[in-house]
Design a protein around this ligand. Structure first.
Ligand SMILES: Cc1cc2nc3c(=O)[nH]c(=O)nc-3n(C[C@H](O)[C@H](O)[C@H](O)COP(=O)(O)OP(=O)(O)OC[C@H]3O[C@@H](n4cnc5c(N)ncnc54)[C@H](O)[C@@H]3O)c2cc1C
Ligand code: FES
Length: 291
């Protein structure tokens, strides 16, 4: 069976001139944890606000003049078309420069780029979302979409792990989703600080707590490489077919639209063929070092 991904991608906001960033203003900043902030941004020009659409799992290239660009997932609700959220952890020069901006600051945006999660094609399936740390960022638009179209899917489960309770991103939403009977939410931490009474241990341990009907389950994974590897492996062991296990990969990006070759991964470009891949498409290189 081939990939379930069939969605038509929205056009980049910068039109055909895909190298030219479009200005967006920061309208609010939310502190997620000690090194991660969510920036709500709005395009300065109304035409861009009207035309910009994205699919859950896609990313933008964010530009800070004089510093450079970084690939950042879109973390807002795709139905919220006036603004776009980016949840950013400091990794190096660009992310640090963005974190130093205040409300009213302006960044450049190119995008949306890439292939998102196959939400249309997986209708009728049970969906297990596995996320680690900031890997919940590209999952949040997905969860909003799944909940909005809840009757189109079977059981929906979210397994989320992070270092400590204070490291959670989107903590208020996690609490809200936990209260929502239409999604099963399990959160685990490596270190149970501050009176944490929930599960402790790596996120893949949570698999023991859910029921997986292998043939009708689709798995969506986003986290650090070790989590991606272990989660994919465990679901394959449970006989979930490889074309139903999707992983969002990170690679060093430059152009974002398949021209420069920076993001090459085996025979694929992560910026255009991914970042979301069904396991069968990347099986030959997945988990290998120096690919
Ligand atoms: C599809 C996709 C989606 C992404 N989504 C998000 C997201 O939603 N949020 C987010 O925060 N990130 C996201 N990333 C990751 C982000 O693009 C990278 O972390 C990016 O490299 C950050 O750019 P930067 O200039 O801040 O860091 P860079 O300068 O590129 O630094 C990146 C890495 O290099 C190391 N490094 C930097 N400078 C040095 C140095 N002088 N010596 C040694 N090591 C160094 C850093 O420690 C870090 O590990 C995503 C990446 C991809 C591909
Ligand atoms: S980032 Fe240029 S080809 Fe992917």
């Amino acid at each position: 069976m081939t990939s379930l991904i069939t969605e038509t991608r929205p056009a980049p906001v910068c039109g055909l001139d895909t190298w030219v960033p479009v200005a967006a203003e920061i309208i609010s900043i939310n502190e997620e944890n000690f090194n991660t902030l969510t920036f709500k941004m709005r395009f300065v020009e109304e035409t861009h606000r009207e035309n910009y659409r994205f699919l859950p799992g896609q990313f933008n290239m964010l530009y800070v003049p004089g510093i450079g660009e970084a690939a950042i997932s879109i973390s807002s609700d795709p139905e919220e078309t006036d603004t776009i959220d980016h949840t950013i952890r400091v990794a190096g020069s660009v992310t640090r420069a963005i974190q130093q901006l205040d409300v009213g600051g302006v960044v450049g945006i190119r995008g949306p780029f890439g292939r998102g999660w196959p939400l249309e094609a997986i209708k009728g399936k049970d969906v297990v979302i596995v996320a680690g740390g900031i890997g919940l960022a590209p999952m949040r638009p997905t969860i909003y979409s799944l909940l909005r179209n809840r009757k189109d899917f079977g059981r929906v489960m979210l397994l989320y792990g992070c270092r400590s309770p204070d490291d959670r991103v989107f903590a208020p939403q996690l609490d809200q989703w936990t209260e929502d009977a239409s999604i099963q939410v399990l959160v685990t931490v490596d270190n149970a600080t501050g009176g944490w009474v929930g599960p402790v241990g790596v996120v893949t341990n949570l698999l023991q707590r859910i029921r997986v009907d292998a043939r009708k389950t689709v798995v969506l994974v986003c986290g650090p490489p070790i989590l991606n590897r272990v989660a994919a492996w465990q679901f394959l062991q449970l006989h979930v077919p490889p074309e139903q296990v999707y992983i969002s990969l990170e690679r060093n990006m430059n152009c974002g639209f398949g021209r420069c070759g920076h993001c090459q991964y085996g025979r694929k470009f992560v910026c255009t063929d991914g970042p979301v891949f069904p396991f069968d498409e990347i099986a030959e290189v997945f988990g290998k070092k120096e690919v």
